[in-house]
Design a protein around this ligand. Sequence first.
Ligand SMILES: O=C(O)C[C@@H](Cc1ccccc1)C(=O)SCC(=O)c1ccccc1
Ligand SMILES: [Zn+2]
Length: 170
Amino acid sequence: ALLPILSYPDPRLRTIAKPVKEVTAEIKTLISDMIETMYDAQGIGLAASQVDRHIQLIVMDLSEDKNAPRVFINPKVTPLVEEKQPYEEGCLSVPDVYDKVERPNKVRIEALDENGDVIDEVVEGLLAVCIQHEMDHLNGVIFVDYLSRLKQTRARDKVRKVLKIREKQG
Ligand SMILES: O=C(O)C[C@@H](Cc1ccccc1)C(=O)SCC(=O)c1ccccc1
Ligand SMILES: [Zn+2]
């Protein structure tokens, strides 16, 4: 089922997500709903925080054909390089706002997948950028927090406009 995505600056987006204790049937349903919602919103990632579920769960799909979803449960991300690179980021909770954010572009991901199996990978490039963006969501951080006050104000105004237009479209 499609889930509503919280929009910036909704305070619920600031909630700190709790670890997942057990991958229950309910969580498996949430995982498939999040994947469906991510594709519908044309995203490459989605954190449970964005659908108002405050558990440490991320879904991502960077594939061309949108047919290779990845699930990360209780993820831990460790930067492997000091140097930060800028990348033009967007966010499904801040629609139509894109801006450069500097992040390390090589990280280690330790997590569990949807079967409870261990994931321990070194990733670079967009995958590294995206997993850090999603991890931020689980810690109540939104990419606009890294931008200037002026850009944050513009982002708020932009989201308000986009939501009004979407409401009219029904
Ligand atoms: O809000 C989210 O977490 C999803 C977000 C993930 C993300 C995209 C790009 C850089 C960092 C994190 C999106 O999917 S935004 C929409 C999108 O598909 C996209 C935007 C910019 C570059 C590449 C993809
Ligand atoms: Zn986001």
